[in-house]
Design a protein around this ligand. Structure first.
Ligand SMILES: [Zn+2]
Length: 383
């Protein structure tokens, strides 16, 4: 636990010294339990919209969060990250009332370029060069979709990478974003480019890691995925880390991919929920279920298409629906982008736009290959 004094910052607002703490969100802690622990009226929780209750449930155990207390040990402000762009803010206003809202996480983004010759393995050497396990993991995740890295890569193959890393209070957080990469193996260059939230090869063919089945026969989509960008007019942030499929109560829910159940039971605003992990980087969340299929428990292996439960509206009061969330390396992605019947290839005008967009990255990758084990940095502030 790190304690630091922020008196200079807060004496204006509260007239006394305030103490800041960096804490870690405990395993099994929910928003309601947190309110209870700090003697805060649970009405604030019950009055939240169901979207906000869902968002509150997105707080993961182990996430660092920040607390400000006054000299009487009363909470003044709590900031808890929910995903990589938004944080939950609970604060005491001037009249002594607590309020809860969601605000952007302020961070800076640094773009880095890197080139290295592979001595042992792409993962090992990337980690050795950068000390960033998450970067190595993300790189493997991007390439495992096109190449069998274990077989394809040989010693002295070359790897070039352009990526961004987010920093908050000088600490990296979340996962890096790979903008462009080149893997030169057997004298062939394998490119990967990020474009509009997906990865493509140099010919504009989408690089797809997995294809998910639609988990339920739905009547309509009642809420789409949103990554939590600030609404330009309302100045509000309301990400929705999944897609809501409205369906009749009791409709069967099928596993969208093979995997192991890592969590099954009640989870805050998500009500009855099952989490399934497919491989190391993909996690799926099925929420608001009315019932679980018999015999399922943590560590159960489920096959793609297997019935895992029924649609309900547990955890909230609106109509029955399945909230379906998909996380790649803990980062929420749009589930609809993963549900496909065929690979997507860019064509026509979109392909032209893509070719324009990747040009500077191609150039930068070429520049990068002229030096070894080097890193270039370029920081810009974002909010
Ligand atoms: Zn939802």
């Amino acid at each position: 636990m790190i304690r630091f004094i922020l008196a200079w910052l807060f004496c204006v607002g509260f007239g006394g010294a305030a103490v800041g703490q960096r804490l870690v969100w405990e395993h099994g802690m929910t928003l309601l339990k947190f309110f209870d622990k700090h003697h805060i009226d649970p009405k604030i929780y019950y009055n939240l919209s169901y979207q906000d209750k869902e968002l509150g449930t997105e707080i993961r155990a182990g996430v660092p969060y920040y607390v400000l207390k006054d000299d009487k040990n009363q909470l003044l402000q709590v900031l808890v990250p929910v995903g990589e762009s938004v944080q939950l803010r609970l604060y005491k206003d001037r009249s002594g009332q607590y309020n809860l809202d969601f605000i952007p996480i302020v961070y800076s983004t640094t773009q880095k370029a890197l080139n290295l010759r592979i001595k042992r393995s792409a993962y090992h050497d990337l980690f050795k060069a950068t000390g960033d396990a998450k970067l190595a993991q993300e790189f493997i995740g991007v390439y495992q979709k096109t190449l069998n890295l274990k077989r394809a890569v040989i010693k002295d193959d070359q790897l070039s990478l352009i990526y961004t890393r987010k920093y908050r209070l000088n600490q990296p957080f979340g996962y890096p974003t790979i903008k462009a990469a080149m893997l030169q193996t057997h004298r062939r260059n394998h490119y990967v480019f990020a474009y509009k939230g997906k990865y493509y090869d140099a010919l504009g063919r989408e690089v797809v890691a997995f294809l998910l089945e639609t988990p339920v026969h739905y009547t309509r989509i009642s809420s789409h995925f949103s990554s939590g960008r600030m609404h330009p007019i309302l100045k509000q942030i309301r990400p929705h880390y999944g897609v809501d499929f409205a369906a009749k109560k009791g409709s069967l829910i099928h596993a969208a991919a093979d995997g192991y159940i890592v969590s099954i039971g009640r989870r805050g605003g998500y009500g009855n929920e099952i989490e399934i992990e497919h491989g190391q980087d993909l996690r799926m969340v099925y929420a608001h279920m009315s019932a679980f299929a018999r015999g399922l428990h943590v560590h159960s292996y489920v096959k793609r298409g297997q019935v895992i439960g029924k649609v309900g509206s547990t955890g909230l009061s609106t109509g029955p629906h399945l909230h379906f969330g998909v996380y790649l390396n803990d980062r929420p992605v749009d589930p609809l982008g993963c549900i496909r019947t065929a690979k997507n290839q860019l064509s026509g005008h979109e392909k032209q736009l893509f070719s324009q967009a990747i040009k500077p990255y191609l150039k930068a990758l070429e520049d990068t290959t002229s030096f070894e084990y080097a890193q270039k940095e370029n920081t810009k502030n974002t909010d």
